[in-house]
Design a protein around this ligand. Structure first.
Ligand code: DQA
Length: 143
């Protein structure tokens, strides 16, 4: 199986941004961790991160016919973006939504997820391991 792991705005600032919430590991560290975990699962993985909503939409569109599953942390766009929701619906690729923090225990606006409406499963508050759990879930449910 091949997965696309998509991260939205400010995820490239991991390690610097609010370490009390998101931890001290960098985005590059996250990618290294996930490359190793994907290999252990016998899966291929590619990564995309952008701070722009349109680029995230285009990356989801370009995944059509190329990947078996999408792991997506739309970050702040989770709570605002109908465009990302529609892109996920358009490609119909099985998707799992991931949030590093426990969005349910934070501000009320973080408890609304548009993208999540097009995802088969959501993992929140598991830190970086949430992305690994999402790959495991996709492998178990969508292969
Ligand atoms: C986040 C939670 C969002 O509310 C926030 O805007 C982010 C990261 C998370 O991974 O916990 O940027 O998606």
């Amino acid at each position: 199986m091949k997965f696309l792991i998509v991260n939205g705005p400010n995820i490239n600032m991991l390690g610097i941004r609010e370490p009390d919430i998101y931890g001290t590991l960098t985005y590059e560290g996250l990618l290294e961790y996930l490359k190793g975990e994907a290999a252990r699962l016998g899966c291929e993985v590619e990564f995309f991160q952008s701070n722009s909503e349109g680029e995230l939409v285009t990356a989801i569109q370009k995944a059509l016919g190329r990947v078996d599953g999408i792991v997506i942390n739309p970050a702040a766009y989770t709570h605002t973006s109908v465009a990302i929701l529609d892109a996920l619906k358009a490609v119909s690729i099985p998707a799992v939504e991931v949030h590093i923090s426990d969005v349910d225990s934070r501000e009320a606006f973080r408890q609304i997820s548009y993208a999540g409406l097009a995802c088969k499963h959501t993992i929140k508050g598991q830190g970086f391991d949430g992305y690994r759990q999402a790959m495991v879930w996709l492998k178990a449910h969508c292969s």
